[in-house]
Unconditional design. Structure first.
Length: 93
């Protein structure tokens, strides 16, 4: 009989926890104001004083295959390279 009572007590506790969680679920889905402010201040700290860098098209180095931003690539006509050294090495082939 003691095992039955233990199982029954565990079931009651589990049921209470489920009901409490169901009732507080809408409050838990949205962040509390304190958490929201902390997240916003962290975002501001990362972007404050920094200009947003625009996305650049990536190009593949014709010599080694490394992808680099178009603005940093060394282009020679149609081909782009990750460095002047690779451009020169490719020209010697």
């Amino acid at each position: 009989m003691g095992l039955f009572r233990l199982i029954f007590l565990g079931l009651i506790i589990w049921l209470i926890v489920r009901v409490v969680r169901a009732l507080t679920a809408p409050a838990r889905q949205g962040r509390s104001p304190r958490h929201r402010e902390a997240a916003d201040s962290g975002r501001e700290a990362r972007t404050k004083g920094q200009a947003e860098i625009p996305a650049q098209r990536m190009v593949r180095c014709a010599e080694c295959g490394l992808h680099v931003p178009r603005g940093e690539a060394v282009c020679d006509g149609e081909r782009c390279f990750c460095s002047a050294e690779h451009r020169d090495r490719f020209a010697r082939h």
